[in-house]
Design a protein around this ligand. Structure first.
Ligand code: AR6
Length: 177
């Protein structure tokens, strides 16, 4: 079974154990997927986020899902792209790893990620897609709980970048991806 799946959809419609939010360090909402998640979850999500007092770039925090069809939202803060020499790749990989670690701690079986940092934060799509696919695939090699990790694309360009990254990654030995 392919435990890593690339799909094109609105992440707020997915009924999984947790969706990941591409947030900012305040955790108090914003545009893009962050705005969509807060709109769909309702004001209780913002109220819980206020109790967290922010989150540094590269880390992740967990809240309940409220009106979303998920148990949890995992909020992570991707790096802003400054050209690639300011630790962006390590920080982006850390977002995926920290989110997956929270999922494991809570015994989750299904999780969906948006393309963290690929919107307002300006991370080049092909490089971000490779980091997303490689980091998730590496995690799945040792994970026993997680049955499915969705990498959610919003638009044709993102989908193409992820498909390319997955086909490159398919060279790794199973069951990595
Ligand atoms: N479902 C799935 N993916 C989506 C959705 C959706 N409903 N909406 C947008 N995307 P962005 P970032 C995609 O800008 O670059 C916010 O203001 C989008 O097409 O949401 O990490 C935060 O508060 C893109 O591929 O996040 C931060 O301030 C991807 O999600 C800042 O933006 C990420 O785009 C974070 O910027």
């Amino acid at each position: 079974m392919l435990r890593l799946e690339i799909i094109e959809t609105d992440i707020t419609r997915l009924a999984v154990d947790a969706i990941v939010n591409a947030a900012n360090e305040s955790l108090l909402g914003g545009g893009g997927v962050d705005g969509a998640i807060h709109r769909a979850a309702g004001p209780e999500l913002l109220a819980e986020c206020r109790t967290l007092h922010g989150c540094p770039t590269g880390q992740a925090r967990l809240t309940r899902g409220y009106k979303l069809p998920v148990r949890y939202v995992i909020h992570t803060v991707g790096p802003i792209w400054h050209g690639g020499n300011q630790g962006e790749p390590a920080l982006l990989a850390s977002c995926y790893r920290e989110s997956l670690a929270l999922a494991e701690q809570h015994g989750l079986q299904t999780i969906a990620f948006p393309a963290i940092s690929c919107g307002v934060y300006g991370y080049p799509l092909d490089q971000a897609a490779r980091i997303a696919v490689d980091t998730v695939a590496a995690h799945l090699q040792t994970s026993r709980n997680l049955q499915k990790v969705y990498l959610v694309c919003f638009g044709a360009a993102t989908l193409a970048a992820y498909r390319q990254a997955l086909s490159d990654c398919a060279n790794l030995p199973p069951p990595s991806c």
